[in-house]
Design a protein around this ligand. Structure first.
Ligand code: ADP
Ligand code: MG
Length: 256
């Protein structure tokens, strides 16, 4: 995990509208390594989602540079998948037609891609729900379906904006562990925004703590947990867990 996949350098960004200017980011810089799982935490409204929108190319930085690196020179920039908190599935399409929607739009619904999707549905426990409507699935299953829809386009980098926050606590623990396992198994690079400090510690390789708006990087915390059986729920019982939690808590309560 040594190769840099993206650099976010000295990025500043403000929103402009009729009521004036809102500066969201002030000189934010960070790097992400290929295959890394980065979590971003910070006070509400500090500019977290703005960072993901900039990475996804939905917004353009006012100053600074965003650079993506590929394995071979001249290769296209790594694909980006963006998964949001309310990643709605369409009720008039069954699960299969929801997870293949992106492929359909991009005219990539080839037999090969179809069988990849079918394999993912099977691996993630959804194949018997392929022809059900979204409303017939539990919250966790819907979230897995939304992830499959994102992964079907084979992005190299996944941007996850509070993807679990609509789930109840227990489902959230299970689904976040699940989704993290899927992302790691597929060797994707992931950037996760969350307001749940325990979730950030148990899932991420590194956590960026942002200041209140305009966001600056307040702290960067690499996470090393000793995990005897490498299970994500066990992460919360790792001896280092409490120290990381307290450190994050202190950083964030200073911001308030
Ligand atoms: P976070 O995700 O950390 O909660 P955001 O990145 O969504 O925060 O927003 C950062 C700040 O920019 C907030 O104060 C928000 O109100 C403001 N903001 C976000 N989107 C817009 C917009 N389209 N127009 C004006 N202000 C915005
Ligand atoms: Mg947000």
């Amino acid at each position: 995990m040594e190769q840099t996949i993206l650099k976010f350098e000295n990025i500043s960004f403000s929103y402009h509208n009729l009521s004036g200017e809102t500066q969201a980011l002030n000189q934010v810089s960070f790097e992400v390594k290929k295959g890394e799982f980065l979590a971003i935490v910070g006070p509400s409204g500090c500019g977290k989602s703005t960072i993901l929108s900039l990475l996804a190319g939905l917004l353009t930085p006012e100053s600074g540079n965003i650079t993506f690196y590929t394995d071979e020179p001249g290769a296209p920039a790594p694909g980006i998948g963006y998964m949001l908190q309310h990643d709605h599935l369409f009720e008039w399409r069954d699960i299969y037609r929801n997870v293949t929607l992106g492929l359909e739009i991009q005219k990539k619904l080839t037999p090969e891609n179809k069988s990849k999707v079918e394999k993912m549905l099977e691996d993630y426990g959804l194949s018997s729900f392929a022809h059900k409507k979204p409303s017939e699935l539990s919250g966790g299953m819907k979230q897995r379906a939304a992830l499959i829809r994102t992964l079907a386009l084979e992005p190299e980098i996944l941007l996850l904006d509070e993807p679990f926050s609509a789930l109840d606590y227990l489902t959230r623990l299970l689904v976040s562990a699940d989704i993290c396992r899927i992302i790691r198994a597929s060797k994707k690079t992931a950037i996760l925004i969350t307001h749940d400090l325990s979730e950030a510690i148990s899932l991420a390789d590194r956590i960026l703590v942002l200041s209140s708006r305009p966001a600056t990087i307040r702290k960067e915390i690499p996470i090393h947990l000793s995990l005897p059986d490498n299970s994500l729920l066990a992460a919360r019982n790792a001896p280092e867990f409490k120290d990381y939690f307290n450190q994050l808590w202190e950083e964030l309560s200073d911001e308030k």
